[in-house]
Design a protein around this ligand. Structure first.
Ligand SMILES: Nc1ncnc2c1ncn2[C@@H]1O[C@H](COP(=O)(O)OP(=O)(O)O)[C@@H](O)[C@H]1O
Ligand SMILES: [Mg+2]
Length: 582
């Protein structure tokens, strides 16, 4: 492949000649610094390149060397716990080479070639194997079983397969057609990894956050958009889910957001333990870091890198989840590149293909039957933060995500201002999965789950209406029953929907605890209404007693929740006759 020559550089875009037989999306290296770039457009002999690194110092006549393949990532043992930049280079390797600031053109393999893994084959030589077949396993940190698979597109008879200690990219076997089998496989990040069929998921992606699990649940393999203005709690939600959500693997994509937040994540995840396995949270996490101080073009790639890694774990039969913070930065990167290419702009200057790109990106989530034997299924759940300017949801990126996402967790600046966290607006948020998830919760947590959820939503709806009325006629003009309802709704917001990410006892709520809390607060309302019917005047103070009792319930360990809830119910019961006497 003859090298091309740079004729023009504008920001992250460069123009090169001598590129006649280059391919769309092919990777190239630009100049003496060998800056990583991608072919975006070809016209005759000319190609437009998107450079993933700072283009300062690139000169005219600089050489463009073609790599002959699209932007790809090595997938294999060693990914868990890794911290990668937007194009798949481990930050630790880059720091070792050049210190705290990445030097342009740095090369670092995604998988550390010096790291050794013990491979145990589960297939015998001479066996016919097909794409996706599990060939054996590698134990990783935290007891994770890494399944080594035949790469998609390959089949044949196993000519050799060796157990033992290997580096991730070493050959461990061979097919009869000469295909070399390694612990790792390379995959182009922009191409979705194949599976046998898509499956409907009947299980929730348990977040450990009451407001989501109870009111707006997402299925495993589902997608949710989390739009919210600055400071509404998007990053805290993504981080809480990364720590506590029930998933085998979390891929956290920090795309275009603040660098100190990612430093926090790293620091915290290393010391924090997964409540279920007891292993450090970092052991089940892959971090893709492309913060606001890193080049824009790599931001666009980082989202695809994260999805590809999640799909790879899905293909092993695991439940993977991608936390993307945020897709607005991904879309802004598209806009910047589009405008440099002088494409016809659409709404707000975003390219006209924004909606279709967003749809394709969301389609990579899902629950699937994996390729190959043994039969298994896996999932990729996508939780995508969106940061609309001014918190205005009519923004094209929010709209593009809402068209394709299965759920909306709408964040409200007013609630965040009142420090009601997670600042979820229950009237705007929705989940298209709620019906099928109610069946799961009904079977696995409590048969009254759906009824409880409906009552809570009705209570919150009535609360909004009553507050509107009260703002006109005054609080005192409301009936006792209405005042009781307002007090009960306040209690629900504070104790059920409210959940501090920084309270170690409560940052993760089991579905059992979530249910007990919801039930207990509805019971308070019901018993209060009974008392009113029996002729007791409504006294706010009594609610305060029960509020404190409920708070003690919230702060207890989840396994104590049912017991405490029963105790609480007894206390409320004891209140009613006393009131009658009064
Ligand atoms: N669940 C929560 N519990 C407690 N505090 C929260 C919670 N969510 C957000 N906050 C507070 O709000 C601040 C801003 O949240 P952040 O996630 O950084 O917002 P965003 O990413 O939307 O700009 C946090 O620093 C924290 O003080
Ligand atoms: Mg944020």
């Amino acid at each position: 492949m003859t090298p091309g020559t740079i004729t023009r550089v504008v920001g992250a875009l460069a123009q090169a000649t001598g590129m006649r037989d280059a391919q769309l999306n092919e990777l190239v290296r630009v100049g003496d610094a060998k800056l990583l770039a991608e072919v975006l457009r070809i016209r005759g002999d000319e190609a437009t390149l998107q450079v993933f690194e700072e283009t300062n110092g690139v000169s005219l006549e600089a050489r463009v060397i073609r790599e002959g393949l699209p932007l790809s990532v090595d997938l294999g043992p060693g990914l868990l716990g890794a911290v990668l930049d937007g194009v798949g280079r481990p930050l630790s390797a880059l720091a070792a080479q050049s210190g705290d600031f990445i030097s342009p053109g740095a090369v670092a393999p995604t998988l550390d070639p010096s790291q050794r893994f013990t491979f145990r084959p589960t297939r015998a030589v001479g066996a016919p194997v097909g794409e996706g077949d599990v060939l054996g396993t590698v134990p990783e940190r935290g007891g994770f079983e890494h399944r080594i698979m035949v790469p998609p597109g390959h089949r044949g008879v196993l000519r050799t397969l060796d157990g033992g200690v290997f580096g991730a990219t070493d050959a461990v076997g061979e097919l009869d057609d000469g295909t070399v089998l390694r612990l790792s496989q390379r995959w182009p990040v922009r191409r979705p990894r194949p599976s046998t069929t898509r499956l409907a998921s009947d299980r929730p992606f348990l977040t450990g956050q009451r407001v989501f699990d109870l009111l707006f649940p997402v299925s495993e393999g589902g997608t949710v958009a989390v739009p919210g203005g600055f400071g509404t709690g998007k990053t805290v939600i993504e981080q809480s889910l990364a720590k506590f959500a029930e998933a085998d693997v979390i891929v956290y994509v920090g795309c275009g957001e603040r660098g100190n937040e990612m430093a926090e994540v790293l620091h915290e995840f290393g010391s924090l333990r997964d409540p279920r396995s007891g292993h450090p949270v970092l052991d089940r996490t892959v971090l893709v870091v492309n913060t606001s101080n890193m080049p824009v073009a790599a931001r666009e790639a980082s989202t695809y890198l994260g999805l590809t890694i999640a799909e790879y774990f899905r293909d092993m039969g695991y439940r993977a989840a991608v936390m993307a913070d945020s897709l607005s930065r991904w879309a802004e990167a598209l806009r910047e590149i589009g405008s440099r290419l002088q494409e016809m702009p659409g709404e707000e200057g975003y390219p006209t293909y924004l909606a279709s790109r967003a749809a394709k990106l969301h389609e990579r989530a899902g629950c699937v039957r994996c390729l190959g034997a043994p039969e298994r299924s896996g999932s990729v759940t996508l939780v995508a933060a969106v940061s609309p300017p001014g918190g205005d949801f009519s923004d094209p990126v929010t709209q593009a995500c809402l068209r394709v996402a299965g759920a909306l967790w709408a964040l409200d600046p007013e609630l965040a201002h009142q420090r009601q966290f997670p600042a979820v607006d229950a009237m705007t948020s929705y989940s298209l999965y709620s019906e099928s998830m109610e069946r799961w919760f009904g079977a696995h947590v409590d048969a009254r789950w759906a009824e409880t959820r409906a009552s809570l939503l009705a209570l919150l709806q009535r609360d909004v209406e009553l507050r509107e009325v009260a703002s006109v006629v005054g609080h005192d003009a409301l009936s006792d029953a209405d005042r009781l309802l307002l007090a009960a709704a306040a209690l629900v917001r504070e104790l059920v929907l409210g959940q501090s990410a920084f309270d170690t006892n409560d940052a993760c709520s089991s579905p059992g605890k979530t249910f007990q809390l919801a039930r207990a607060s509805l019971d308070i309302l019901a018993r209060g209404n009974d008392a009113l019917a029996a002729g007791v005047a409504f006294v706010d103070l009594e609610l305060d007693v029960t509020r404190r009792a409920l708070a003690s319930l919230r702060d207890c360990a989840p396994e104590q929740a049912p017991e405490r809830a029963a105790e609480l119910a007894r206390r409320i019961e004891a209140l009613a006759p006393e009131r009658k006497k009064a």
